[in-house]
Design a protein around this ligand. Sequence first.
Ligand code: UT7
Length: 312
Amino acid sequence: MSVGILGTGHYVPTKVVTNKDMEKIVDTNDEWIRTRTGIEERRIADDDTDTSDMAYFAAENALEEANVKAEELDLILVATVTPDSPFPSVACRLQDRLGATQAAAMDVSAACSGFMYGLITAKQFIDTKTYKHILVIGVEKLSKITDWEDRNTCVLFGDGAGAAVVGEVSEGKGILSFELGANGSGGKYLYQDEHDHLIQNGREVFKFAVRQMPKSAVNVIEKIGYNKEDVDYLIPHQANIRIMDAAREKLGISEDKMATSIKRYGNNSAASIPIALSEAVKNGNIKDNDLLVLVGFGGGLTWGAVALRWGK
Ligand code: UT7
């Protein structure tokens, strides 16, 4: 028995905000945003759609793909830094709306690494045979903590949700190795201020990310005695194409073997990895038995990576 992903889902708002649209809001331009970040457009949720709504849409999608009923869920873990309210948690709101009457529920706070922390937490409960089905979600409505007057940050982020149903898969498949880490001394580089705005020292986070993300990606592969050449598909946190390329180049894999939803969605924080994963499954970019590396980093500072053999 091993622990893996039984189904994935995602939801992004319909409203598209292009780089040209951003030019009307702050002193920026399409060329700067594209070349410095890889972002072409992002999705922004309307006032009536809150974090738990997006989580719900992604969850329904993942439960259907996994062929698991909401009543069969034992635990719901929601990674987010933009909950509807500090409490009740997004996970509890979702538990009610899904009718997941048997499920315990809590939110996980690890910023952009939140989905990786949620996934590995879920793995522990299933490894110990405590639970059978766990819904893990990464969801953000970053538009509500974005300072729309700060060009350093407002061009970077977007809203959305990604979900995975985690459970038992056959031996040899599923999560083969993982790494989680934190360095709280870097908390000052990415945080929410007294006005509830997201504040970032882009250069410092960039330096940390280009160092940590490639390292973690290689670590999870080496832990299981595989070589970099064995990796079939890379799903990095979608924060900046230049950081993503650093991880890709370290693994020595070609551009077509890396998820790049950043172009269309920007940085969705905790939602970026599960959205990219769900899209890759649906587009046929991931096939049965593929060796995947999922790797994220973010505020905290935090990071996390997983090597995963796709399939049930
Ligand atoms: O998921 C959370 C993790 N976050 C990240 O991974 C973010 C990591 N950092 C980054 O991705 C990059 O640092 C940024 C994309 C945020 C910035 O790129 P950069 O190449 O590090 O640019 P910079 O901060 O060094 O700024 C270069 C110049 C500055 O002008 P001066 O001081 O050189 O005159 C900025 O004021 O670019 C200016 N600038 C902009 N210009 C046009 C900053 N934002 C913009 C903008 N449009 N939106």
